[in-house]
Design a binder for this molecule. Structure first.
Ligand code: GRF
Length: 221
């Protein structure tokens, strides 16, 4: 069901591990009144993540839970969930959160977790995507927002932003261009989920009430 702007915005938690430029894109949209989500809490697994400072500056609650303090992945994830559940999150946004989630965590929040991956999925799951794209001589690269399932970088896709690769550019230059795309498409995709236009049903992405066989694709310079 599509929500109107007057309905309650989805209570949202953002998980980070680092610089948080994507988090900043959400904060900026929210400040501009262009984001129909309530940014309730930011959680990091690293105390030195600069994203915690960004969240604090924006007046958003922050939580830090260090994964190294736990015996295994699931115990860490259960500690995250108890802290997050105090906020009753309806949407969990992974924004550079560098931990693989346990099946327990994914099931606990089934259909409510989204991630952004710096590649045109299903191509290039995993790390080092920019260099791999350059090495392969690909014409197109970009980033993809998808729902999170137990398969790493394999959940159903929502929105992809693509750009043409310049064969002369370095992996760092390409990463920088892709991040600028991410700052556009991630708030846009999360907004589609927040508005109810995009949903996760039976392991698939539904857009405007229909099963999506491919993501929405936008092209950038
Ligand atoms: C992004 O490039 C995203 O694709 C990947 O992690 C990076 C996070 O960057 N999942 P930042 O912390 O948002 O700057």
């Amino acid at each position: 069901m599509t929500k109107s702007l007057t309905d309650c915005a989805l209570k949202t938690a953002i998980l980070i591990s680092g610089s948080g430029t994507n988090l900043q894109a959400f904060i900026d949209r929210a400040k501009a009144g262009e984001l129909d989500l309530e940014l309730a809490v930011v959680l990091s697994n690293r105390p030195d993540a600069y994203g915690l400072t960004r969240a604090g500056n924006a007046g958003i609650d922050t939580i830090c839970i260090e994964h190294g303090d736990f015996a295994d992945r699931e115990q860490f994830d259960r500690a995250m969930a108890s802290a997050l559940d105090a906020y009753a999150p309806e949407l969990i946004i992974l924004a550079g959160f560098m931990r693989i989630l346990s099946p327990w965590f994914v099931q606990h929040y089934e259909g409510k977790i989204v991630n952004i991956h710096p590649a045109l999925l299903p191509r290039y799951p995993g790390l080092n995507t920019h260099q791999r794209v350059l090495d392969a001589g690909d014409e197109w690269h970009g980033s993809t927002v998808h729902f999170v399932t137990e398969e790493l970088d394999g959940g159903p896709r929502i929105l992809a932003g693509r750009l043409r690769v310049d064969s002369d550019e370095t992996a760092d230059e390409l990463r920088h261009r892709v991040q600028k795309v991410e700052h556009q498409i991630y708030p846009q995709a999360a907004g589609l989920v927040g508005s109810g236009r995009v949903e996760f049903v039976n392991g698939k992405t539904w857009i405007d009430g229909e099963v999506a066989t491919s993501p929405i694709v936008e092209t950038f310079d």
